[in-house]
Ligand binder design. Structure first.
Ligand code: ADP
Length: 252
């Protein structure tokens, strides 16, 4: 939907939040933030705040839902009631069911599900603060949490959206841009192989515009992948430092 009264890009080509067309909002990721989960990650992406927790592989319940030849990936995306300016009605809705489904399908592409028959890998994502792009934030955080849990998988998924606002192609739409822009295309990609695991589109684009959107989003995924890797490196280098301390104490 285009609102003629709302200008999203200034004459200098700068967006309302000060970003250039190809700039991401700031992203920080911390891995291993929850003690009781097998793996976890906390991600901040602009004004989005997302927590991901992974459990499993563990015996799938209910048993009749088990698959005898592979694990089932059960992702659950949930937005907290306090995550948006107007209180969100708690509990699942059409949107959260949709996002949970696309997340499960994307994550099944990277996890070696054949290694764990009759099991489930459960991924919970809680959106604590939401400001557009939460499905990409959720998938990015979930991938780090899966790696943190040591779940056998081919690689992580990195995810980012690009779209069209004020007739121009831009990366990583913010809340106003999402509301008043012309198109939004969330993308999830395994950067090492180039495999696309999530692709949705809201709005209309020409073929040329679509190609530009894909190029922007794919480049951004490569950038996000590095942030994901750094989060894991930091998590495990910290653990190792702690381990060395214990060894030193034992020797004394
Ligand atoms: P995404 O968060 O992946 O961009 P949408 O395009 O469906 O998904 O939503 C865009 C944004 O709209 C969300 O990030 C959130 O800020 C807001 N939003 C979504 N659902 C609600 C809701 N039920 N109440 C208030 N705001 C919402």
């Amino acid at each position: 939907m285009v609102d003629e009264d709302i200008k999203l890009i200034g004459k200098d080509g700068i967006r309302r939040d000060g970003r250039k067309f190809d700039e991401l909002r700031p992203i920080t990721i911390e891995a291993g933030v929850l003690k009781r989960a097998d793996g976890s990650a906390y991600l901040e992406w602009g004004e989005n705040k997302v927590l991901a927790a992974v459990y499993g592989p563990r015996e799938m319940h209910p048993r009749h839902a088990q698959n005898p030849s592979r694990a089932v990936v059960q992702a659950r995306y949930n937005m907290a009631a306090f995550s948006v300016p107007d209180r969100k009605r708690p509990g699942p809705d059409r949107r959260s069911v949709e996002i949970s489904k696309i997340m499960s399908e994307a994550l099944e592409e990277i996890i070696f599900v054949e290694q764990f028959p009759r099991s489930s890998v459960d991924v919970f994502v809680e959106v604590l603060e939401a400001s557009a792009g939460t499905r990409c934030a959720a998938l990015t955080a979930a991938s780090v949490a899966l790696a943190d849990a040591g779940i056998p998988m081919s690689d992580m998924i990195s995810s980012c959206a690009a779209g069209k606002i004020d007739g121009q192609i831009v990366l990583d739409l913010g809340k106003k841009e999402d509301n008043f822009g012309e198109a939004d295309v969330p993308l999830g990609m395994v950067t090492s192989s180039g495999k696309i695991t999530l692709l949705q589109m809201d709005g209309n684009l020409t073929l040329d515009e679509y190609k530009k959107v894909m190029e922007l989003a794919m480049n951004a995924c490569r950038e996000i992948y590095q942030i994901q890797r750094e989060a894991l490196k930091k998590r495990y280098s910290t653990s190792l430092e702690g381990y060395e301390d214990i060894e030193d104490t034992e020797e004394e």
